[in-house]
Structures are given as C-alpha cells and as structure tokens.
Design a protein around this ligand. Sequence first.
Ligand code: AMP
Length: 471
Amino acid sequence: MCGIIGIYGNPEAATLAYLGLYAQQHRGQEGAGIVTLDGATVHRHMGQGLVSDVYPDQSALNGLEGNVAIGHTRYSTTGGIDRKNVGPLLFNVEDQPVSIAHNGNLVNLAAKRRELQKQGAIFQTTTDTEIIIHLMARAKGARLVDRVATALEQVEGAFSLLILTPEGLIAARDPYGWRPFAIGKLKDTWVLASETCALDLIGAQELRDVQPGEVLLIDDQGLQTVHQLPQRTAKHCVFEYVYFSRPDSRIFGSNVDKLRRKIGKTLADEAPAPTADIVISVPDSSNTATLGYADRSGIRHEIGLIRNHYVGRSFIRPEQKLRDLTVKLKFSTVKGVLEGKEVVIVDDSIVRGTTMRTLARLLRQAGVKKVHVRITSPPIRFPCHFGLDFPTDKELVAAHRTKEEVQAYLGVDSLEYLSLEGLLASMDLPGDQFCSACFSGKYPIALEESNSKDRFEMEFQDSEVIPDPAL
Ligand code: AMP
C-alpha cells in the first residue's frame, strides 16, 4: 500500500505535495519522496522513513521548484525496504525525465522482467513499478501518454499511477479499480490523490475518481481522458473500508466513516456480547467501527486503551520479538475504566495475532474479568497480492487454525469475526464489486507465478552468484 499525490499548475506544487503526503502518511511509512518539474528540469528529494524524517524543515523543499509535482509515501509490497525503491522513481526516456508514483501491486511479471533483461533492460530497482517504465520506453506512439497506455495493456494487477512527464501529468488506474484515486481542483490547480483526506487538507474540491481503466493526461489544455483499458467488473479492495483508508476520506463513492460505523453495527447484530459491561476500541483504526458496535448493542463505550502516537505501526516491525515490544509501547491501559469489568474489545482485523494476544494480556493485568474479542472483518486466511502487505499463510494466525484455536492462542474468553456476507452487505456497492480474496482465497486474477515480496531480489541474488575460480 502507498499514498500518492499529484499537483499540476501551481508555483507551490512541492509544498502542496508535501501536505498531501502528510495527510496520507498512514498509507506508507517506509519512505517518502517528491519530484517536481520546472520546464524541462526535474528535481527530486526523497528518503527513507516518515514524511517528517525526509522533510524535517523547509530547507528540504527549497530546491523543489516547478509548477508540477508528484509525491509518494511508501509501504512495500514488492521490493525490499531499500532507498533505491522509494518513490517516486525517476528515469530518463529518450533524454526526457519521467517520474512515476504507484499505489498497488502488479502480478505475473517475473517472466516479463526476465524477458526485458534478456533484451538489455537494466533495472535500477526491485519494484514492480519499474517494469511499466521499461515497457513504455519500448512502446510505439506519438505521445508518452499513448506509450503509457500500451505499457499498461501488458501488465496485470493493481495500480493507481501518477506519471510526471514534460508533456504533462499522466494518471491511470487499473481496470478493476483496486485502489482508490481521487481528482480534485483548487482554483486552477489540479490535485490527484489516493485519498480525499489529502484534497481536504490542501483545500481542493473533489471532482470525481480516476475511473477504473482510465488513462488521462493533464496539460495546459486541461484534463482529457486519452485511453480506456479493457473494461472489467470492479474489484475494489474491501479492506480499504475495513482498515486502510482514513475515516474522513471518501473512496469508491462512499464515506469511509459511514461504512465503518455500519460494519460495526452489523458486527453487533451478528456477534452480540450481552453480559459485557463496556466496549472499547483498539485505537485508532477501530474507533469508528466501535462507535457503530456500541450504538447498536447499547453497551457503554469507554476509552480503555491509550495509544502512544509516537510509535510506528507495530505490524511493520520485522522481528517477532520486537513486534511484541512495540505493541506494549504503543498501547497502555486505563485501569480505572477496566478494573473488574467484562469487556468487549473491537479491532478491525487479526493478522498474525500479535496485537490482540498482547492486548488481552494487558487487559487482564489491568483487572479485566472477561475479554470478548469482536473483529470487524472475517478471518484473514490468504495473502494479498494486490497491494496489502499480508504475510504468507504460514504467518497468518487464522490460515490453518479454527476459530476456537485462534481464541485459545489469543487467550481470550470469546472471539467472533464479522462474516463475509455481513461485511459485503454493509457496503453501498454490490458485493461482487469488491475484492475480498484475503478472506475467501478467490483472487480476481489467477497467479501464474510466485508473488513473494522479495521475488525480484531473489532473482537478482541468483543471477549475482558468480562461481569463485579459487574454490
Ligand atoms: P497482528 O498483530 O499481526 O494481528 O495485526 C493486527 C493489527 O494490525 C490490527 O490491529 C490492524 O489494525 C493492523 N493491520 C491490519 N492490516 C494491516 C496491514 N496490512 N498493514 C499494517 N497494519 C495492519
């Protein structure tokens, strides 16, 4: 997952992009970058870490001149946590600067990458995104936007894309519309962002979404749809509503806050906890759904957990031992609220189980009598190949365990998940317009090859092994 922002036609383009990255920090915390275009000259400032690490003060933005900018916050789903993979990526195509920011994840491309390498392509990164640039560079067409469209016809998977070129700002979205992508305007300035919360911060008015399969160009003539990729039934990521997007955003045509509350209400109908005294959320991602649960169940909503906002998402920590510690660093209990109570704790999802297992221990230490866990999504049993960093099924706690076994692993008194039917029924759009493969295993695109996050690193290392003649 990642957050992207594009600005066209503003002398403060870099500053607006920077604000857009701040609003979308939740979509990626591994790295951030901005590329601007000033006539034919390109400027870039990027680095690893949070937006505030990469742009600690105004001086980091000083050199980013130009009326056009794209920005990217990175959360890796292909290619390691490595400086070379931080977006926006920047290339020269026939002596013209071309920069690309991508939210999503491409699949079935390892063979294509090998083929391109055999033809002489020299890859600079281990991302999936770079393949689009190599395909574009080889494609025929009068304008770069035509060549981008030809390249996109050859790739599969999830992409919301911004491509900055001297011919204008190109935006494209895969035919399934997997990831959100909004277009807005601030007077004469075009603003494109993964989530509308970025438009709101900048003060831009939301106009519409980049449509699934649409390839558009913004230049001095305005916005024009240049190509339409082959139509498919939409497969929006339902997990964007469950967890990923901010509640103040509007994605896929609906307000996240509204649907998240509805999800909480449906869960209260499906999985009541009649003997509980209070309901608490795991802040911040399940706050909104918990309001829905409390409202529908009539159980008093309390704030029983306090989140330390200065610790990154525990999920992202690489080693298990560290991860346990980060959960404890991140959450503390309000003993006065919890002591002697039977508590419903609502969270949006269980991935490895680390968060809930540790929280259950913390709640007991705070004197909670009984812990009832209610999850606003079905069990996650399958990895995501389209832009969420869900681990392999070996690490997913629900992949090979029954609900009772997960409950025992968490050490809680009851555990209930929202059903897939209940989740999809809570949406405004029909259920068949969502990808819910992480719950069902039904992937809209069949995987023809491994899609591990480090697949290109592995290939790279394999091809790097040069036999030592001394051995
Ligand atoms: P875990 O501790 O591995 O069970 O992770 C569950 C927690 O991670 C939940 O509280 C979620 O809010 C959060 N989460 C769920 N999916 C993701 C994701 N793809 N990336 C980062 N965090 C996530």
